[in-house]
Design a protein around this ligand. Structure first.
Ligand SMILES: Cc1cc2nc3c(=O)[nH]c(=O)nc-3n(C[C@H](O)[C@H](O)[C@H](O)COP(=O)(O)O)c2cc1C
Length: 392
C-alpha cells in the first residue's frame, strides 16, 4: 500500500491529490480527464468554440491533466467528418487556443493523436454510429476508403480496409511524428498516442486484424513494429522534457486475440522508445465497448493497469468506470496505477475532481478549488455544519 505520509495533525491526506512529476512536467494531482471525442469540428479539423468551453471547464474542474479527444494525424484517420485533426500546420492556431484554455483553467494541457484505421468513415453517434453510406453522402457526408494492416472488416457489414503498403505505413509513421511536432508548437505539455479501441495501431497489434506476412505482421515482434516506430517518430518530434502516454487495449477479450502478456512485452519496448505512461484501456477491436450493454464492475480495467505496471516497470494510468473518490484513491494507494482517468463521470460532473478533493481531504480540499469559488464554499460548509448541529 503506497499510502501518503500522515500529517502531524492527523488531518486526512490523499495520494490522489498529491503531485506527480512526468519528465519536467509537474502534475498537481493524479486525476486525468480521459480523451473524449466530441464530433464538434466543422470539417476543417480545427477545435471550435465548443472545445474551448468544454475542455476549459474540465480544466477548471480541478484535474491535474486534461487530455483533448483524439486528433487525426491525417484526414482519412478521422472517425467522422466532424473529428479534430493535426494533419496540417494551418490547423495549429486553434490548437494553441485550446492548450491555452486548458492551462488557464489550471491543468496541464494534453493532446491525444491517432488514426481510426478500419473504424474511420463512420456516422456521428446521433446519426447512427455505423459506417457512412449513400444516404450520408446525399447529406454531404461521403464515405471514404478505410485502411488497415489486412483486408479484414472490423465488424460484419463494415467496410473492408485497403491493405496498407510498406510505403503507406512509412508515410503514416511520419504523419504521427508531424502531428506531435504541431502539438508541441501549439503548447501542449503531454501527448497520448491512441493505440487502443480497434484503431489503426491496435489493428496492427492484434493477430485477429493483422494477418500480414511482412515485417509489420507475423509474430508479435512484427505486429508491434508499427506501434514502436510510431512511438519513436513521436519521441523524435516531441520535446524531450515532455511526457508521452500510450493508450492500449491491454486485452482484446477475444479468442486468439491480444493478451495481457503481449501488453507487458509491448510496454517494455515502448519504455525504451521513450514512452512514459501506459494508459490501459481494453477491447474495441471489433464491437464498440464504451456503449456496450454489458454489466461491468467499478474499475473493471484497473487490474490491467496493475499488471502492466508490475510487469513492465512503467507508470500506468487506469481508466473505466472510476467514479467514487475513495475508489480512485485506492487505485493509486494500492499501486495499481499512478494516475486515474475519468471519462463520462466528468461529463456528468465537470467539477468531479474538486468534489473528490473535499470528500477525501475535508475542508482542506477547498484549497484545490479556484479561490473565487473555494473561499465561499469552505465558509458555507462551516455554516451548514452549524445548522446541522443546531437542528440536532
Ligand atoms: C464521448 C466519448 C468519447 C470518447 N473518445 C475517446 C477518444 O477520443 N480517445 C480515447 O482514447 N478514448 C475515448 N473514449 C473512451 C474514454 O476515454 C474512456 O476510456 C471510457 O469512456 C471509459 O472511461 P469512463 O467509464 O470513465 O467513461 C471516449 C469515450 C466517450 C464516452
Amino acid at each position: 500500500m503506497n499510502a501518503p505520509a500522515k500529517s502531524s495533525t492527523d488531518s486526512p491526506t490523499s495520494l490522489l491529490f498529491s503531485d506527480l512529476k512526468l519528465r519536467d512536467v509537474e502534475v498537481k494531482n493524479r486525476v486525468v480527464i480521459s480523451p473524449m471525442q466530441q464530433y464538434a469540428s466543422d470539417q476543417s479539423g480545427e477545435p471550435q468554440r465548443w472545445h474551448l468551453d468544454h475542455l476549459g471547464r474540465l480544466a477548471q474542474g480541478g484535474a491535474g491533466l486534461v487530455f483533448t479527444e483524439v486528433a487525426a494525424v491525417n484526414q482519412d484517420g478521422r472517425n467522422t467528418h466532424f473529428d479534430v485533426g493535426l494533419w496540417s500546420d494551418a490547423q495549429t492556431d486553434n490548437w494553441a487556443r485550446l492548450a491555452d484554455a486548458i492551462n488557464s483553467g489550471g491543468s496541464v494541457a494534453g493532446v491525444q493523436i491517432g488514426h481510426c484505421g478500419r473504424k474511420a468513415s463512420i456516422q456521428t453517434p446521433w446519426a447512427g454510429f455505423g459506417p457512412l453510406g449513400p444516404a450520408d453522402a446525399a447529406r454531404g457526408e461521403a464515405p471514404w476508403q478505410v485502411v488497415g494492416p489486412s483486408p479484414i472488416a472490423s465488424n460484419p457489414g463494415w467496410p473492408v480496409p485497403a491493405e496498407l503498403t510498406i510505403d503507406q505505413i512509412e508515410t503514416l509513421i511520419d504523419e504521427f511524428g508531424q502531428a506531435a511536432r504541431r502539438a508541441a508548437q501549439a503548447g501542449f505539455q503531454a501527448l497520448n498516442i491512441h493505440g487502443a479501441h480497434g484503431y489503426l495501431i491496435h489493428s496492427f497489434l492484434s493477430p485477429i486484424s493483422n494477418q500480414r506476412q511482412d515485417a509489420y505482421g507475423g509474430d508479435r515482434s512484427g505486429r508491434i513494429r508499427f506501434a514502436l516506430k510510431v512511438a519513436q517518430a513521436v519521441r523524435a518530434n516531441w520535446p524531450g522534457h515532455l511526457p508521452i502516454f500510450f493508450r492500449i487495449s491491454a486485452i482484446d477479450g477475444l479468442d486468439g486475440g491480444w493478451e495481457i502478456d503481449d501488453s507487458i512485452a509491448l510496454a517494455i519496448e515502448l519504455k525504451k522508445a521513450g514512452v512514459d505512461v501506459m494508459d490501459c484501456s481494453s477491447g474495441g477491436l471489433t464491437a464498440r465497448t464504451t456503449t456496450a450493454a454489458t454489466p461491468r464492475p467499478e474499475g473493471y480495467q484497473v487490474p490491467l493497469a496493475a499488471a502492466v505496471r508490475a510487469g513492465a516497470d512503467i507508470k500506468t494510468m487506469a481508466v473505466g468506470l472510476i467514479r467514487r473518490p475513495s475508489y480512485a484513491e485506492s487505485v493509486v494507494c494500492e499501486n495499481s496505477a499512478d494516475l486515474v482517468a475519468i471519462g463520462r463521470e466528468s461529463l456528468n460532473n465537470p467539477f468531479w475532481p474538486l468534489h473528490a478533493a473535499v470528500e477525501l481531504l475535508g475542508d482542506a480540499g477547498y484549497a484545490c478549488w479556484p479561490h473565487r469559488y473555494g473561499w465561499w464554499l469552505e465558509r458555507r460548509a462551516s455554516q451548514l455544519r452549524l445548522n446541522e448541529a443546531s437542528n440536532a
